[in-house]
Design a protein around this ligand. Sequence first.
Ligand code: CO8
Length: 262
Amino acid sequence: ETILVDTRPGTGENALRYGWITLNRPKALNALNDTLMDELGAALLAFDADDGIACIVVTGSEKAFAAGADIAMMQPFDFPNAYRKGLISRNWDTIRQVRKPIIAAVSGFALGGGCEVAMGCDFIIAADNAKFGQPEIKLGIIPGAGGTQRLPRAVGKSKAMDLALTGRMMDAVEAERAGLVSRVVPLADLHAEADKAAQAMCGYSLLALMATKECVNRAYEAPLTEGLLFERRLFHALFSSSDQKEGMGAFLEKRAPHFTHR
Ligand code: CO8
């Protein structure tokens, strides 16, 4: 098994559950191969389709979130092989199809494809031992699963160029300062912090969570005027949900809301 899959309960009455996915190739520092990416993709899509699940956490081991794509797998590839087999694109884009929030809980190395998987999640909570980088340059290649595109959007051009051209790693403090990660926590607290964030989301309206994700992602795809219009349309649309009546009604009645995700 290259990944371990589990579900955990949210807090509160009627709360949804959340999915927990652990990357599990410890001997290779969770190096990503096609089997792992197929299993990860299938698990993400299954949680996305499950009405009882609100969000998903993806994590690795203490030593490595993932130390990149499996170099042993890639070394013999030639262009026709890589192109025909769709190396990377065949199963590496699945994460983009997921409409529910995904948290990356990162400890240890998140390098190359590992950093790219973390960036494909919606936000990153980093342990204080996390190390991020795009070291592909050292192997005679370039990032191939979004590193040259998502990293500059996250940390700006200068730092993205610095990391991808020199292949150096950045620690969790630098990654937080640069905006790649949303927060840094002590290693011992990483899973508890991810649990807390996921549990909070499980208590909210799934419609509103999904609409939030769709709108924020739109900010990276559309000009501002289009993005604002997109947001306004979804904002208006949510007033047709019973969760909006419940959320605002509960606030006014000074009680906890009971969302039904409708
Ligand atoms: N691929 C395959 N095996 C790996 C990888 C990897 N990326 N990373 C580590 N391993 C293996 C090592 O070979 C070693 O195996 P063994 O025990 O059999 O010798 C084991 O994991 C433990 O690793 P180390 O002994 O090297 O551990 P250290 O603590 O000394 O070093 C490092 C940790 C610094 C993380 C080091 O392992 C390293 O530099 N790893 C490679 C990092 C790297 O270059 N990543 C980028 C890969 S390229 C990439 O990701 C392209 C993405 C494009 C999309 C994917 C397309 C398929």
